[in-house]
Write a protein that binds this ligand. Structure first.
Ligand SMILES: Nc1ncnc2c1ncn2[C@@H]1O[C@H](COP(=O)(O)OP(=O)(O)O)[C@@H](O)[C@H]1O
Ligand SMILES: [Mg+2]
Length: 289
């Protein structure tokens, strides 16, 4: 199927027959060959009997397409403010990325099945409450995020069936409310809800940084192991911000929901997903209770 260099994989037998949810980050998708490398990593996991479930975002691509159409990009606490036009662009771009990922996985020998969070009510959401932000003077104000959903229910019967039949589901986070209104859900958050609901053994967030950095301009400052309690401190200190906030909250949700470990790795680093999960070396950040 592919050329795989044998490496010591002490964790492989523990993950055999288990589900692992892998979220592929928007920022890491665009890179040269990144999608192909990602597909190879997923194929390797599947080849040793792990059941991967892929969730992806598309942040940079959505922002790029919005600029092309003359729409203003606005984010609050790492979440995209989503008006009607933004939702339309997000849905189109995510669907397109989904097709690309499914194709790449199929070329790597995987039976990939693309779907959104709307399908079979996979992720039911409600409109998120307005976000509290501080203006330049330090005054608190409320910002309505528009069509941004908060997940209230996960129905994974279809996912479980697909996985059992040997498929790899590839999910993009456009979801719907109980009333059928479409909403944009942060992909990290969507992935965490899925990881929890399918009782995944582990959860991996693939992004454009090696993991949580103490100083995010310095890759050497990578935090390799962190507990949920220590995460609170990193948020309080302002070390974790922007897009990293939904990421650490997603890891918290997954780990508190029974997932044994959550990881962050860089999509730009070759073999990072496989090494982090299987070799026992922390090439990224490992988050446990
Ligand atoms: N402490 C931190 N360590 C690493 N990255 C951080 C940190 N705080 C904020 N970030 C930012 O979070 C970004 C990752 O989130 P995001 O841009 O949403 O990526 P993705 O598309 O993978 O969700 C990094 O590129 C970085 O700019
Ligand atoms: Mg993000």
């Amino acid at each position: 199927m592919q050329d795989i260099t044998p490496k010591p994989q002490p964790r492989a037998s523990r993950l055999k027959g288990r589900k692992v949810v892998v979220k592929f980050g928007g920022s890491s998708i665009g890179g040269e060959g990144a999608v192909q490398d990602f597909a190879k990593d997923i194929a390797l996991l599947a080849s040793i009997g792990i059941h991967p479930i892929v969730v992806h975002g598309g942040g940079p691509e959505i922002s790029q397409e919005m600029s092309k159409r003359g729409l203003k990009v606005s984010k609050v606490a790492g979440l995209r403010v989503t008006d009607d036009a933004t939702l339309q662009v997000a849905a189109e771009v995510l669907e397109h990325i989904n097709e690309q990922l499914v194709d790449a996985l199929r070329r790597a020998g995987i039976r990939a099945v693309g779907m959104s969070g709307v399908e079979d009510r996979l992720l039911v959401c409600m409109k998120m409450h307005p976000a509290v932000v501080k203006d330049d003077q330090g005054n608190q104000m409320l910002v309505d995020l528009g069509h941004v959903g908060e997940v209230i229910e996960a129905n994974t019967a279809k996912l479980d069936r697909l996985v059992k039949e040997g498929n790899v589901p590839v999910i993009y986070p456009i979801c719907a409310s109980a009333e059928g209104d479409r909403m944009n859900v942060n992909a990290d958050t969507a992935a965490a809800h899925i990881a929890k609901a399918v009782k995944a053994e582990e959860f991996v967030l693939v992004t454009d940084v090696p993991g949580i950095l103490r100083d995010f301009k310095d890759p050497q400052s990578l935090i390799r192991e962190v507990s949920l309690e220590q995460l609170d401190e990193l948020i309080r200190e302002g070390v974790v911000r922007d897009g990293m906030i939904p990421k650490v909250e997603a890891c918290r949700l997954a780990v508190e929901g029974g997932v044994k470990a959550a990881h962050m790795v860089s999509g730009k680093e070759k073999d990072a997903i496989v090494n982090q999960l299987l070799s026992g070396d922390n090439v990224g950040t490992r988050i446990t209770k």
